[in-house]
Design a protein around this ligand. Structure first.
Ligand code: SAM
Length: 272
């Protein structure tokens, strides 16, 4: 597989999507008690650690972390050149690379590796392969942490159910797993990480549940827009029918108190 920038990512990246990804960072952070990670690594980060973020997007997580931990060094790796940040904090670097071609680092290079929001980018076996390669890059006692949301909402109305059901089918037809967040701990255990811990939060999608619900509902709405061509084709709808459905989803967020689940899971590399 080459460095083609369209590899598997189901959301078409444009300025709206970049802003959406940046906002989602703040939504997720605030729902995990205003924290950027779950692994017990704050002392390492304060002292100075080597950190890798795989599929770093516009670098929002790295920007936030690099200002909290100025003694640590942060590397982002990202396939889409147009999304790479242009102005970089002094303790960061970004590499333009398709991680499905292998991770271009030496073994034992990183104290902490973070992967978030790749459910619409990797097949299940690609996800597992990236996990396996990431573990090789960890130093002894290093941590790998993954964060994903379920591509499934709870308490859906009929239109939301139709979209989510079709998305699930579309993902499965491409060997992607809409519920991969529930399997990540298995992959960490299979590839010999220890002290595996998981944290889950339910994030509202409705303005009836406050500001976060309103922002997250809008985030899902824009994500559906970013996938509208591929979804319309899969659902055999015209573009305008698809758009009406997506508008219908936004209407439902105002009447149904929908939620989605996010999971953060981490494990430690113990070398015996
Ligand atoms: C949903 S965004 C998540 C961004 C970031 N991790 C976050 O949580 O804010 C997924 C990112 O992964 C990138 N990506 C997808 N496939 C990739 C690959 N094979 N190699 C490197 N980056 C990839 C996409 O271009 C996109 O920027």
């Amino acid at each position: 597989m080459g460095n083609s920038e369209s590899v598997n990512y189901l959301v078409k990246i444009d300025e709206v999507q970049v802003e959406r990804i940046q906002k989602l960072h703040h939504i997720i952070k605030s729902c995990f008690n205003n924290t950027n990670y779950s692994a017990p690594i704050s002392q390492n980060l304060k002292r100075g650690a080597e950190v890798l973020d795989i599929g770093s997007g516009p670098g929002t997580w790295i920007f936030d972390m690099s200002s909290d931990y100025p003694k640590s060094k942060f590397t982002g790796i990202e396939i889409k050149s147009s999304i790479l940040p242009a102005i970089l904090p002094f303790n960061t670097r970004f590499i333009h690379h398709n991680v499905l071609n292998g991770l271009p680092f030496y073994p034992n290079s990183f104290d902490y590796i973070f992967i978030r929001g790749m459910v619409l980018c990797f097949t299940e076996s690609q996800y597992e392969q990236v996990i396996k390669e990431s573990i090789d890059l960890l130093k002894p006692n290093g941590y790998l942490e993954l964060c994903e949301g379920e591509v499934n909402f709870h308490n859906m109305g009929p239109i939301s159910r139709r979209i989510i059901y079709s998305m699930g089918k579309l993902l499965r037809s491409k060997s992607m797993n809409p519920l991969i967040c529930n399997r990540l701990h298995e992959f960490l255990a299979k590839h010999k990480l220890r002290q595996i811990q998981q944290e889950e939060v339910m994030i509202p999608l409705s303005p009836l549940n406050g500001k976060i619900g309103e922002l997250n509902g809008l985030n899902a709405y824009y994500a559906f827009y970013g996938m509208k061509d591929v979804l319309a084709k899969h659902m055999r709808l015209s573009k305008s029918e698809m758009e009406r459905l997506i508008e219908g989803f936004l209407d439902e967020t105002r009447t149904y108190q929908m939620y989605c689940k996010y999971t953060r899971v981490y494990g430690k590399k113990i070398v015996t």
